[in-house]
Design a protein around this ligand. Structure first.
Ligand code: PLP
Length: 368
């Protein structure tokens, strides 16, 4: 059994992909070639946004908009400690301060009441200037954007949706990529839409922001590639990765539906999975359950291991307790929901090709 089965998927797309890769070998435009432009058009159309801007990773897709807004020392950017480290890392990298906000114990996404309290406390404290919010769509479930956007408006903050795990998800008819001022996604191979290397994209309806992000992604250049207008970085996507994504896009909706079925089947037997609110459609990047205690989680992990059922702990350490973030001065007990989740959560196999027989054997092992 695979935690994530990329081989079955590859068999489906291999022939047309080889054709596309051969075309690239012939035309030789390896970076930002025609496949990249074709991909950007298709991604924008898929999400229903004006601009899809590809880049070299999900991390850069978060970093570039922060750079465009000039976020730096003295600025506060609000996010959660229960996410992949990249979400907070990009804030710290620019010399700004990540201000953590705990998550809901149901969806594992940012708690909007606590978000507003954190913003008010930061204003009152006066040391940092609140600038932006990075809500994370954990495991594929979108955060509460209606509320987040109204809080952002009230306090004049920017919003970057961290949709690294949620490309393809939606709230009602509104797809991930359309929330906030800009959204970021990752095409890391394990993501619902992944390439065969690193890749990412930004999505926005803001023409001016799109132009800025496009320039920053190529060393701050626009018309003349040897004359930098703003400080940028090497954040380009290469043509081969775009080719992989173009082929995977052709089966993406079908795969999403298959992930949905896997999710529904799991939930017939389990009542301790991540909560998906009404009218929210997850991309099901991961399927996670919580156990009543750390001891129970460890016992389950041991049992799964003995029965050769792959599983992973996302996330073993909340970011505020990671060594690299000690300088922020947080301590154990500051974010009890995130801390408890890191002790009690486990992710089970999730991919479009997981069979009911395989899920039955996972459930039997859990219930044993
Ligand atoms: C929530 C979240 N944010 C950001 C990233 C960073 O994406 P990448 O690995 O493509 O840089 C990831 C990827 O693992 C992620 O899961």
């Amino acid at each position: 059994m695979e935690f994530l089965d990329l081989k079955t998927q590859q068999k489906r797309i291999r022939k047309p992909l080889e054709k596309r890769l051969n075309t690239i070998l012939d035309h030789g435009a390896y970076i930002m070639g025609p496949e990249v432009h074709e991909l950007e058009e298709k991604l924008a159309e898929y999400c229903g946004v004006k601009h899809a801007i590809s880049c070299s990773s999900g991390t850069d897709a978060l970093l570039i908009p922060l750079m465009a807004w000039g976020i730096g020392p003295g600025d506060a950017v609000f996010t959660t400690p229960f996410t992949y480290v990249a979400t907070a890392e990009v804030i710290a990298l620019l010399g700004a301060t990540p201000v953590f906000v705990d998550v809901y114990d149901s969806t594992f996404n940012i708690d909007c009441e606590k978000l507003e309290i954190a913003i008010q406390e930061t204003i009152k404290n006066g040391e940092l200037k609140p600038k932006a919010i990075i809500p994370v769509d954990l495991f594929g479930v979108p955060a509460r954007y209606r509320l987040i956007e109204s809080i952002a408006k009230k306090y004049n903050l920017k919003v970057i949706e961290d949709g690294a795990q949620s490309f393809g998800a939606s709230i009602g008819e509104k797809k991930v990529g359309t929330f906030g001022d800009i959204a970021a996604t990752s095409f890391y191979p394990a993501k619902p839409l992944g390439c065969y290397g690193d890749g990412g994209a930004m999505f926005t309806n803001d023409d001016n922001l799109a132009e800025q992000c496009k320039a920053i992604r190529i060393h701050g250049t626009s018309s003349d590639k040897y004359n930098s207008e703003v400080i940028g970085l090497n954040g380009r996507l290469d043509s081969m990765q775009a080719a992989v994504l173009l082929e995977k896009l052709t089966i993406f909706d079908e795969e999403l539906e298959m992930r949905n079925k896997v999710n529904d089947y799991y939930r017939q037997f389990l009542n301790n999975a991540q909560y998906i609110p009404n009218n929210y459609h997850s991309a099901h990047a991961l399927f996670s359950i919580t156990l009543g205690s750390h001891k129970k989680r460890e016992e389950l992990v041991e049992k799964l291991k003995k029965n050769n059922i792959p599983n992973v702990i996302y996330y073993k350490y909340p970011i505020h307790l990671m060594k690299g973030f000690h300088y922020l001065g947080y301590k154990n007990g500051d974010f009890p929901i995130s801390e408890n989740l890191s002790q009690t959560i486990v992710s089970l196999p999730m991919h479009p090709y997981l069979s009911e027989i395989e899920i039955d054997s996972i459930i039997n092992t859990i219930k044993k």
